[in-house]
Design a protein around this ligand. Sequence first.
Ligand code: GUN
Length: 300
Amino acid sequence: MSAKIISGTEVAEQIRAELKVEVAELKEKHGIVPGLVTILVGSNPASISYVTGKIKTAHELGFYSIQDDQSVDITQDDLLKLIDKYNHDPKIHGILVQLPLPKHIDEKKVLNAIDPDKDVDGFHPVNVGRLMIGGSEAKFLPCTPAGIQELIVRSGVKTSGAEVVVVGRSNIVGKPIANIMLQKGQGADSTVTIVHTRTKDMAAHCKRADILIVAAGVPDLVKPEWIKPGACVIDVGVNRVGEKISEKTGKKIAILKGDVDFEAAKEIAGYITPVPGGVGPMTITMLMKNTVKSAKLSIK
Ligand code: GUN
C-alpha cells in the first residue's frame, strides 16, 4: 500500500490562513501590527532567496516588515549595533539574522546579541534552554523543528509513546526536534533516539521507528529496508543533485533530493513527506507564527 503523502505546502497554507485571522485580531483589538526585520549580510544567492521568501510572506500576512540588507564588508561591531537598534525598536517583534554569516563575523556573538524575547528563530541559548525545560517555559521553538511537529500532529499521527528516531544531531534540526518530541504533552510524549555519523548500527535504530525524522544532508541515506511498515517518515533533507530546465518558467532550477529514497520508501511507510513540498514550506510559516506570538506577548 502506498503511504499518505504529507503536503507541507497545504499545511503551511492552512496555518497562514489561521495567522491572518490572528493578525487582524491583534490590529483590531490591540492596535498591534506584528513587526519582523530580516538582516542579510552579503549576497549569497540561497540566502537572498530565503530572505525574499520570508519578507514576501510577512507582507502577505499584513506584517510590518523590514528587509535590512548589509554589505558583506560590514564589521562585527556595526552588525551588533544594528541588532541593538532593533532590540530597542518597539515596532519590531522579531529579528532574524540570516545564516551563514561571512567568516570575519562570529556567528555565536551575533546570535547571542539578539534579545531572546525577539529571537523568532529560536537560536539564542536562552530559548534553547527554555525549550529544554519545556512546558510553559518554552517560548520560540526553532522554525524547522516546530514545522515538523505541526506536520506530524496535523496528519493525525499518534506521538504519545511512539518510538521517534532522529537521524542527525544539528543544532538547527536534530537536537531541537528530539527535545520537542520528548516533552510532556500533546503532540509529543515520545521515546526519542538520536542517531548520527558515529552510531554503530543506524539501520537497526531506524527499523524500530514509528516516526523517523531524517535531517542528515545525505541524498538517499535512508534505504527502504530501514523503514518499519506503516511508519511516519519526515524527510528534512534538501540536497541539490543537479539542474534542470523548469517547465513553468523555462529557467534553470536545481534538482532537489531528500535524505530518503522517496519512491521506494512510500511503498512501505504509512505517511511520508516529499522533497520539495514537505518540510520546506513549513519553516517560513513557523517563523511567521513565532513573530505573531512575540507580538501577542508584547501586549501590556
Ligand atoms: N539559514 C538557513 N536556514 C536558516 C534559518 O532557519 N534561520 C536563519 N536565521 N538562517 C538560516
